[in-house]
Design a protein around this ligand. Structure first.
Ligand code: ZN
Length: 71
């Protein structure tokens, strides 16, 4: 299954598109868990708000990905 990445339509940055969200405290895991995700998206790279990120296929990093042994 190809991994999908989100790219900013303004500056093209990937992994920098963020969404507003609410977290609530989970007693069982003793951590903040995502309760809801807002529709408001913005880009941390260029500061553009209300962006609709483009879905692009993520390219695998060459570092540790080699288990399949493609030749
Ligand atoms: Zn951007």
């Amino acid at each position: 299954m190809p991994l999908i990445n989100r790219a900013c339509p303004e500056c093209g940055s990937v992994d920098r598109v963020v969404r507003d969200a609410f977290a609530s405290w989970d007693v069982d895991t003793q951590s903040w868990v995502l309760a809801s995700v807002d529709d408001n998206l913005s880009c941390n790279a260029c500061g553009t708000s209300a962006v609709t990120p483009e879905e692009i296929e993520a390219t695998e990093e060459e570092e540790d990905a080699g288990a399949e042994g493609e030749t």
